[in-house]
Design a protein around this ligand. Structure first.
Ligand SMILES: Nc1ncnc2c1ncn2[C@@H]1O[C@H](COP(=O)(O)OP(=O)(O)OP(=O)(O)O)[C@@H](O)[C@H]1O
Ligand SMILES: O=P(O)(O)OC[C@H]1O[C@H](OP(=O)(O)OP(=O)(O)O)[C@H](O)[C@@H]1O
Length: 234
């Protein structure tokens, strides 16, 4: 990523005028798992932060120096990388895909457990030797992860970028393989696919804007410490 993250749009990853620290949380499945951890860390956002029907996007907490914003999971990393939010909660899958140098991920939160995997139709799995492919078509929300994975063995991945329903792609002729998240495997099974390789195991991480941590070490460091303590407590 270029140096534009810390300047000139948002010098030093600064906050809004009030100096409030902004915590970016992903809407969707992770939000429910984050709630108890926040409570253990003594962070109590306005109750409607967890109500996905609420049209509000920014929520105050019981600490006037901390606000929560609720954004799409991939966008948490973008907000934090640009210093628009100073801390956030983000899946390791998103960090792997974008590899933002401005993001520091000090804590594994142990939630949102799943894996990034390669899958293909049960009927073709094992039909030929992937080591002999020179190229392969892949439908995925993770083109960088997919390309890196196949490039490491000399195979060129031609990626079709989808935002969801990857599992449909092979049967509709869009790709031979998919690279997607798998947890129970039920989505793959329901669509006639089998997992052929695990690329990475995934959990959600606490992420921090590096510049914000450098310029406001006490404030940001204190939030990291509180979340670390909360993780260690039952
Ligand atoms: N099946 C799963 N089991 C456990 N964790 C998952 C699973 N699917 C996704 N995750 C984790 O949760 C994060 C958010 O996934 P989620 O499915 O809520 O977002 P999404 O629906 O892809 O987002 P968007 O609304 O932007 O399309 C992922 O980045 C990943 O870290
Ligand atoms: O192995 P499983 O337990 O079946 O979970 C895997 C599914 O979960 C995720 O989708 P999600 O439910 O978030 O839907 P979306 O990608 O369409 O948002 C992922 O993209 C898979 O489709």
């Amino acid at each position: 990523m270029d140096g534009s993250l810390s300047s000139p749009l948002n010098p030093a990853g600064s906050t809004d005028d009030s100096g409030t620290v902004v915590l970016a949380l992903p809407k969707g499945r992770i939000l429910g798992e984050v709630g108890p951890l926040l409570a253990r860390a003594g962070i109590h956002p306005a109750p409607d932060y967890a109500d996905e029907d609420s049209r509000r996007l920014r929520f105050e907490t019981d600490d006037p120096a901390l606000d929560v914003v609720r954004v799409r999971p991939f966008d948490v990393a973008t907000f934090v990388a640009h210093g628009a939010a100073q801390i956030g909660v983000c899946g390791a899958d998103v960090l792997m895909e974008f590899d933002y140098p401005e993001i520091y991920a000090p804590l594994d939160l142990g939630i949102g457990r799943c894996r990034v995997s390669v899958a293909e139709p049960a009927g073709t799995a094992g039909a030929d030797d992937p080591a002999r492919w020179s190229r392969v078509t892949v439908a995925t929300k993770y083109p960088n992860i997919a390309r890196r994975h196949f490039a490491a063995r000399g195979v060129q991945a031609e990626c079709v970028h989808l935002n969801g329903a990857m599992e449909l792609a092979p049967s509709l002729g869009l790709s031979r393989l998919i690279v997607d998240l798998v947890q129970t495997g039920s989505t793959l099974a329901a669509n006639g696919l089998v997992e052929t390789e695990t690329i990475a195991h995934v959990t959600s991480r606490l992420i921090v804007n590096r510049t914000a941590l450098k310029t406001r070490p006490e404030r940001i460091g204190a939030w990291i410490a509180r979340l670390r303590t909360a993780l260690a407590s039952p």
